[in-house]
Design a protein around this ligand. Sequence first.
Ligand code: ADP
Length: 488
Amino acid sequence: MSLNRIMTAAIAMLAALALAGAASLIILTTYLHRTTESMGSAVEGVRLAEALQVDLLSLYRLSDSLLRIPADSPRSFAAIESGLRLHLDEARRNAWSSEEQALISEAERTISNYLLARESVANLPPVEASRQLVPRLEEALAVLDRLVVFNVNEARGIQLQADRWDQLANLGGICVAALLVLGGGSLLWWMRRFVFRPLLDMSRAMRRFGTGRKRTRAPESGPVELRDMARTFNEMANSLARQQEEQLTFLAGVAHDLRNPLSALKMSAALVTSGRPIPEERMQKTMALVRRQVARLDRMVGDLLDATRIEAGRFELSLEERDVRELATSVVELYLAGGSSHDLRLHLPEEPVLLSCDATRVEQVLHNLVSNALKYSQGGSRVDVIVGREGEEAVLSVVDRGIGISSEELRTLFAPFRRTGRAREKAPGVGLGLSVARRIVEAHGGRIAVESRPGEGSTFHVRLPRAHAAAHPAGPGDATPSPAGTVH
Ligand code: ADP
């Protein structure tokens, strides 16, 4: 159920109802207008028929000597006769139906019969004249009566029809109003139940989440759009909760890892400041321990600082052209000078492998890989650092025969704060080194990858684009370093 579809359907329904209401109003007013016209014409028909009857009776009265009006009064007679003809013309024009036309023709015929007879009896004695005129007069008056009845009936018919239309309009109006009330009411109910309630629930959940109740989630109900909103909020809340959990785990890890070197330093400081004479050999051992712990602390704090800089987007490289062989040699020599118990070997090609890079950062990546290789493998086991070329790229590989990484753990290895279960038991660490290394390599336009098998060891490959690649075309044996370059 989509909010968009429901709203479109509701608006379409209301628009259709409004259109139907408007159309029926137009039809009704047009019909009313026509009814009024027909009614007016019927009333006019009655008026004209009665006016004609009055005209006829007035003519008859003029010719009646008993009423003492001179029969030969030409002005009165002519005025009445012209009035009579005028009324006949009007009645013909007013007539709509063929039936009424026929009645008017008949009235015309009987009236002219009467007028002709009236002229023919002008010289007869009044009694004889009346005897001949009265039947013709009555015939004309009867036709005019029929005309009156016809128009009255017509008016009654129109009134009946108007009554029927009135009832129909009332019914239509009630239906449209009921549908509007029903449709509007249902829409309102639906909006309250499926739109406003989920919206209120969601806003309540957001407010609760904002006040610190991090387990609060919005109910995923209502139309598709609101369900999507609730799902997005819940996903965001889950991700925030996950991030917070990760940060807490990270803080706990940092606190735990900082504690070991700090307690070692505390013990060493207590020994040195105890005031008791310390044998030279013991002093040397304590100083070596202090150096190692300070280096560890330095690395941890450095990783933390780098990760913070990367997250804040304040990570910059100062590029210069350097030979990777030099960088790899300086890193490996540092470990060899530190008296590593591993069989650490460096393999270099004869030709220089030039990079446009931030040398300190590339060394940092190598440091991390070598220190991990040493950390996560048995003392005395072999660790190889190999520099090579593959096409346009310089390849730095660090190979160990240590505890290895499971395929499941490999997938999230480069994410921050990820530490494998076995590594946690084996050596302290924060789980930031590899994620920082990946960001450094990617900032140089390169890639970092790992191949590993639990119990067999791991190989990390760093591929970086070479500087002046054209000046040193890659040969077929580029990836294999020359044994002559091997350093122990
Ligand atoms: P740290 O070593 O400080 O924990 P890193 O980011 O360098 O952090 O490494 C992340 C995790 O990857 C390590 O905790 C470990 O579980 C795993 N790892 C890295 N290098 C190796 C390796 N050479 N052999 C086995 N596991 C490794």
